[in-house]
Design a binder for this molecule. Structure first.
Ligand code: ADP
Ligand code: TYD
Length: 212
């Protein structure tokens, strides 16, 4: 039986550089002979991508906070069953762009639904799958939102329902991430997201290479 793999997540505000760094980390891990599964939330699977469209479409302004919460977990449950658990069982490294910490920050705190309901749903949807290591790309709110908005404009993206939330919403999300990072120092490693892309890549590699 292969050794159980490692589950590494990247977390942080919209535009904090998660996707950029996830791609680079996957390249480095593969160059070191590791098999890597890259995934993203919401999305990751074909069914997850349909759910993602509902969640992020800027036209869906009437989506209720509870429906939003359940849809994020529906996408995650599919991802866990279809991709993440099988890859971990094969001994691979799974890299996920966001996971349940995002739900704690955005729905638990940003929407004010609370951590308890998020933890309950996590137990149902994730079936015990928890990240071994989480890289929290820490960056100030103004810079991250500016980056996310210029990226959305450049791509003419309509996936902006969450990015378009009020500044106060994103502030709550940022505060929640800070609290999580303090509370779970063993698992969550803050990475300064304000430097150059190459420099951040090196810092992430320093943390991950000591770990895998
Ligand atoms: P996220 O996945 O966290 O939303 P992205 O990786 O998509 O973030 O980055 C958002 C935008 O900022 C992209 O246009 C990306 O090229 C740019 N970007 C990413 N990292 C940096 C960085 N360290 N410095 C400047 N721009 C960056
Ligand atoms: P995405 O474009 O993937 O993120 P980013 O802008 O960081 O590249 O959009 C996902 C959006 O969904 C983002 O605004 C965060 C939000 N989100 C939640 O509100 N709850 C969740 O559980 C997850 C996974 C994401």
């Amino acid at each position: 039986m292969p050794e159980r793999g490692r589950f590494i997540t990247l977390e942080g505000l919209d535009g904090s550089g998660k996707s950029t760094q996830l791609r680079r980390l996957a390249v480095r891990l593969r160059a070191h002979g590791r098999t890597v599964l890259e995934t993203v939330e919401p999305g990751g699977t074909e069914i997850g991508r349909s759910i993602r469209e509902i969640l992020l479409d800027s036209a869906n302004q009437r989506l209720s906070p509870t429906a939003e919460l359940l849809l994020y977990f529906a996408s995650r449950a599919q991802n866990v069953d279809e991709l993440i658990l099988p890859a971990l069982a094969r001994g691979e490294i799974v890299l996920a762009d966001r996971f349940t910490d995002s739900t704690l920050a955005y729905q638990g705190c940003g929407r004010g639904l609370g951590a308890e309901v998020v933890d309950q749903l996590d137990r149902i949807a994730c079936r015990g799958v928890r990240p071994d290591l989480t890289l929290f790309l820490d960056i100030d709110l103004e810079t991250s939102l500016a980056r996310a908005r210029s990226r959305n404009l450049a791509q003419s993206s309509t996936e902006t329902r969450m990015d378009d939330q009020a500044f106060e919403f994103h502030r709550k999300v940022y505060d929640a991430y800070q609290c999580l990072a303090v509370r779970e120092q063993e698992r969550i490693k803050p990475i300064d997201g304000r430097g150059a892309i190459d420099q951040i890549e090196q810092e992430i590699w320093r943390v991950v290479s000591a770990y895998v």
